[in-house]
Design a protein around this ligand. Structure first.
Ligand SMILES: Nc1ncnc2c1ncn2[C@@H]1O[C@H](COP(=O)(O)OP(=O)(O)OP(=O)(O)O)[C@@H](O)[C@H]1O
Ligand SMILES: [Mg+2]
Length: 267
């Protein structure tokens, strides 16, 4: 399996607070990878860094071999950039490529469903889906994708003309996922899709995520506080504490790991 997303030694700060420190992760194409960690661990910050919403103070993020995030000020990056870019002349490299903008990153095939869903509450379901397709120019494609979404999430089809604020939390989460899928991403980043939802609804949403992964060949990077469900769904997992990755393994091994069981699975 080839590597789709590579995060190497990244750091992110908010003023004097270091939110991420020397974080490295590898997401293989076709996999579901999860990131678990307590409140404030830095999970959302990591997703924001991937899509270019938080600048890097150290490290590199690359997607299919293209540098999408680069701190541009760290000497330790240089050797790696030379490898990545197949660059020969060290002196000419300077600091390497600039980080891409969020819209440029989206157009490469990365979509994010942000924490708390962030739906446009006063718009209808259909208008929300249209917003998700803002990078798609082909009208016929937009119509086709909407039909696919209504088939896949029948409740959204039934509510397409309804204002989003009238949907339940679970329905809004499905809509946020459908909105992200409108752009036909290759990599879907999900920030706590289960937040505030009942376990049965989370189960429903996770089943949909598994189908999207398996049948549409979308690679998934899932951030979740519900560690047990996230590890059961995913192939590989990472554990973050205070902005640092403290453990990474196959999800099966993490489910059996003593430390994970005690700290995250309540056993
Ligand atoms: N815009 C910001 N300005 C200052 N500090 C921030 C900002 N956003 C996040 N932080 C801080 O950075 C740290 C990591 O926050 P982050 O939101 O990434 O955590 P998280 O793992 O997503 O938490 P949660 O599970 O509660 O969503 C926290 O200490 C948080 O207070
Ligand atoms: Mg968060």
């Amino acid at each position: 399996m080839s590597e789709l997303l590579t995060i190497e030694n990244i750091g992110v700060t908010y003023g004097n607070i270091r939110a991420l420190h020397d974080v490295s992760m590898h997401v293989k194409e076709g996999n579901i990878v999860c990131l678990i960690g307590a409140n404030g661990a830095g999970k959302s910050t990591l997703l924001k860094a991937i899509v270019g919403l938080e600048p890097l103070v150290t490290g590199i993020i690359s997607y299919k071999g293209t540098v999408i995030g680069n701190s541009q000020n760290s000497n330790s990056n240089k050797r790696r950039l030379i490898q990545l870019l197949n660059f020969r002349d060290k002196k000419k490299l300077h600091h390497g490529p600039k980080s891409l903008r969020t819209d440029e990153i989206a157009s490469l095939g990365i979509a994010m469903v942000p924490e708390g869903r962030r739906v446009f509450a006063d718009m209808t379901v259909e208008e929300n889906l249209d917003m998700g397709a803002f990078l798609v120019e082909d009208e016929a494609m937009i119509t086709k994708k909407k039909k696919e979404m209504y088939d896949f999430f029948p409740i959204l089809g039934a509510r397409r003309k309804q204002k989003t604020r009238s949907l339940s939390g679970g329905e809004q989460q499905m809509m946020a996922i459908a909105r992200a899928l409108m752009a036909s991403p290759k990599l879907l980043l999900l920030d706590e899709p289960g937040l505030g939802l009942a376990p049965l609804i989370i189960q429903d949403i996770f089943e949909k995520i598994a189908i999207i992964n398996r049948e549409e060949n979308v690679t998934v990077f899932l951030v979740e506080q519900n560690a047990r469900m996230a590890l059961k769904l995913s192939d590989e997992g990472y554990v973050m504490e205070n902005g640092v990755i403290v453990l990474s393994d196959t999800s099966q091994a993490l489910l059996e790991n003593e430390k994970v069981r005690a700290a995250y699975l309540g056993e």
